[in-house]
Design a protein around this ligand. Sequence first.
Ligand code: FMN
Length: 170
Amino acid sequence: MKITVLNGSPRKENTSAMVDAFVEGAKEAGHEVEVLHVGKMKIAGCLGCEYCHTKGEGQCIQKDDWEKVLPAYKDCDMVIFASPIYYFTLTAQMQAAIQRIYCIGQPPKATKAAMLLSSASPGVYDGPIGQFKGYLAFTGLEDAGVITAVGDENKTEAKLAEIREFAKNL
Ligand SMILES: Cc1cc2nc3c(=O)[nH]c(=O)nc-3n(C[C@H](O)[C@H](O)[C@H](O)COP(=O)(O)O)c2cc1C
């Protein structure tokens, strides 16, 4: 399977440790994985101008790092949304990347999706999980699961092993 991971963290810390564990497990199982660090990219939010659905024929009018993400999103069999929790939701960078999917609507090939979330406190996942469920209902993708890590949990071998196992058994 071709797996595209969108990492919404602007830092190489907690979420990225989860992503690294995911990549290790997925590669061990023979999957092809591409990680796009959208948290470090310059991607603006959707303008809602409908250029993509009219004259643009699927192309966004805004020229920014989204152009690096779109081919990987179009080509993958599975998409992973990995993000720290910022104010009870995904990072703004991740939200911008998700909104820009609007230009193609449905992913042409992907059949399933999962989420990796990192937070300081427990019980802060309702927003992102609700959004994820909405995304799955809209796209028809299968829910492969949500893995969360609170505080220093993602520095523990137990959590990283859980993520590796998850990636091996997709
Ligand atoms: C701007 C900002 C907002 C945050 N908001 C929350 C929050 O609402 N709830 C929470 O549990 N943690 C919150 N955190 C903590 C991060 O989610 C947590 O430290 C996470 O593991 C960071 O992952 P990262 O190293 O990949 O950025 C926030 C951190 C920042 C920088």
